[in-house]
Ligand binder design. Structure first.
Ligand code: ACO
Length: 151
């Protein structure tokens, strides 16, 4: 695995990342209203209160003190497969100006490592057709179909 470009650093999401523009990054992915620092921190704490379940990661530009990419793996407990676990990769987003520099790939590698290291028998995700080549380059393969029902 290669290093990140100089000045960029990958680490778990921290309580101060609202101020570093975490929500601005997610906006490249989907509708992400500014819920404010307090509500953001409450959600962060609620996730932390679930032990060994949510692993949100960010890539930070250290000089600018800004989040430039984000992603999360959620570890689901199961009864089948001998009380197996599944890693769900969610909400991968790279700042437009930083796309194409392997940041997305590095985040996927780190999240997959967390999932496999925790003993998950598979790591899965949903994506658009246009992102299939990216996930194939990350070592994933297309399997089955996604179904959704929005409230
Ligand atoms: N089509 C074809 N190839 C692609 C695409 C694409 N859309 N995106 C990346 N690749 C290729 C790159 O060319 C590179 O190939 P190479 O190794 O041969 O040079 C390889 O995949 C790795 O690309 P990265 O540089 O790591 O990609 P990037 O950092 O730009 O991240 C991402 C990709 C996450 C899709 C980014 O462009 C992004 O944030 N897009 C908008 C939000 C989004 O769609 N997120 C994913 C939603 S799905 C989910 O969250 C589970």
């Amino acid at each position: 695995r290669k290093a990140l470009p100089t000045g960029l650093h990958i680490r778990p999401l921290e309580a101060g990342d609202y101020e570093r523009g975490h929500l601005d990054i997610l906006r490249v992915l989907t509708v992400t209203p500014d819920v404010g620092a307090l509500a953001w921190r409450e959600q962060f704490r609620a996730m932390q209160a679930c032990p060994a379940t949510y692993y949100p990661l960010v890539i930070v530009d250290t000089a600018a003190d800004r989040v430039v990419a984000a992603g999360c793996v959620f570890l689901e407990r199961k009864f089948l497969r001998g009380l197996g676990r599944v890693g769900h990769i969610e909400d991968i987003a790279v700042d437009k100006a930083q796309q194409g520099k392997k940041l997305g790939l590095r985040i996927i590698q780190a999240l997959t490592y967390i999932s496999e290291n925790a003993g998950c028998y598979k790591t899965i995700l949903n994506c658009s057709d246009s992102n299939i080549p990216f996930y194939e380059k990350c070592g994933f393969e297309k399997k089955e179909n996604e179904m959704a029902k929005y409230a």
